[in-house]
Design a protein around this ligand. Structure first.
Ligand code: NAD
Ligand code: MG
Length: 400
């Protein structure tokens, strides 16, 4: 009986780009999934529409005021959804015993605690929020094992690698699987061919206009600076247990190959598709089964110009900064992530130039202390201190 086997899902960050795509895939499979909770921060009108359509048990916002606005939107509807607010509510709807699947799609460090709550409650966790893993990598993976959670990467590159690994792949054991390298592909973003002398004048609108992917603002700016690929490098290390030397970044402007695994016999296995996040989302939702994602079939007659190159360090300093931080360890990657969140927000707000993002990241990384982060509290503390340092650096950089 299908209806008895419906999986209950919490979508963290339901109003964002990944959240909306997740609900699109879910709406194609009403017999398989039921929404338990939806969460959002701004875009309350959109959350109201989602609540009406998916009838979750709970909807969560950040503040009581926001809940009151949502109540107003829902007042003439028959909605029975219970409205909650605050960080503990995010944790509660992630860890609730009724929940089977948690989609982690809040952007930034704010996603860490609810995602960790899903992990420690042993859920099937669909991980889009890369910042959580960048901050807490080792602890995160240890908890996945300790609490028997099922972790499926949704970031398209890691989802591709997950699909290209052998089914008996053991975490961190590339030798047993005959793997030579993980090849992370990246498009190079909108400024792949822009003259370096024009970087100063880049506007937030230009940075957010990704040539192939339609995404939230923060990840779009990260894609333009290739900090995104840097964060993904760190993410790959923790997800698959690989050394830095075994992960390579390849520029592939067409974004058709979403990443690859290179084997010792010379084989390279790649996952291809149109750049549409509903593919990895559907793969995660249905795993181990394949389910319809609503994605256009890849038409090989339309594909031309399949090209590859190495990312230029002068054009993409943030990528190499992240790789260095990855080699240095957890305190460095947490500090870099915090600095980058502050810097990108300042750039989006019109307070600094695109190239100053790099300055803030570099200088915060230099000033950070080299503590060992062993528990979630120390990670949160270090994130907080790094944000203060970054805010100080930001003041100096923009003299504001
Ligand atoms: P987005 O900005 O479109 O959406 C973010 C969501 O998080 C929204 O629902 C927002 O309301 C919520 N949110 C933001 N700040 C919050 C806070 N402080 N507390 C609670 N909720 C908050 O972002 P997105 O593009 O959907 O990306 C989400 C995550 O997925 C990011 O970590 C991103 O790196 C990752 N990701 C996105 C894509 C993509 O195609 N968009 C691809 C790969 C990975
Ligand atoms: Mg990605």
């Amino acid at each position: 009986n299908q209806s008895q086997k419906k999986q209950l899902i919490t979508v963290l960050g339901a109003t964002g780009s990944i959240g909306v795509n997740t609900l699109d895939v879910l709406s194609r499979h009403p017999d398989m999934f039921e929404v338990f909770a939806l969460t959002g921060r701004s875009q309350i009108a959109l959350l109201a529409e989602q609540v009406i359509k998916f009838k979750p048990k709970y909807a969560v916002l950040e503040t009581e005021q926001a809940v009151n606005v949502l109540k107003e939107f829902l007042k003439d509807t028959q909605s029975n959804t219970e409205l909650l607010f605050g960080p503990q509510a995010l944790i509660d709807v992630s860890a609730d015993s009724e929940v089977n699947i948690v989609m982690s799609a809040i952007v930034g460090a704010a996603g860490l605690l609810p995602t960790m709550a899903a992990v420690t409650a042993g859920k099937k966790v669909l991980l889009a929020n890369k910042e959580a893993l960048v901050m807490s990598g080792e602890l995160f993976i240890n908890n996945v094992n300790k609490f028997n959670a099922q972790l499926i990467p949704i970031d398209s590159e890691h989802n591709a690698i997950f699909q290209c690994l052998p089914s008996d792949f053991t975490y961190g054991d590339k030798t047993a699987s005959g793997i030579a390298h993980l090849l992370l592909t990246g498009s190079g973003g909108p400024f792949r061919e822009l003259s370096l002398s024009d970087f100063e004048a880049i506007t937030p609108e230009q940075a957010c206009a990704h040539p192939n992917w339609d995404m939230g603002k923060k990840i779009s700016v990260d894609s333009a600076s290739m900090m995104n690929k840097g964060l993904e490098f760190i993410e790959a290390k923790w997800l698959f247990g690989f050394d830095e030397k075994d992960i390579q970044v390849v520029l592939h402007p067409q974004s058709t190959i979403h990443s690859m695994v290179q084997y010792i016999d010379g084989s390279v296995i790649a996952q291809l598709g149109n750049p549409d996040m509903r593919t990895p989302i559907a793969y995660g939702l249905g795993f181990p089964r394949r389910i319809d994602a609503g994605v256009k079939t890849l038409d090989f007659n339309q594909l031309s110009d399949f090209s590859f190159s190495k990312p230029d360090p002068q054009r993409y300093p943030n990528l190499y900064l992240a790789i260095e931080a990855c080699k240095e360890g957890q305190a460095a990657t947490t500090a870099l992530n915090a600095a980058n969140e502050i810097a990108v927000e300042a750039f989006l707000g019109g307070h600094i130039t695109f190239t100053q993002i790099t300055q803030i990241n570099e200088q915060t990384l230099e000033k950070q202390c080299h503590t060992k982060l062993t528990c979630i509290d120390s990670i949160i503390d270090h994130d907080h201190t790094s944000r203060l340092t970054a805010a100080q650096v930001l003041k100096e950089v923009c003299k504001c």
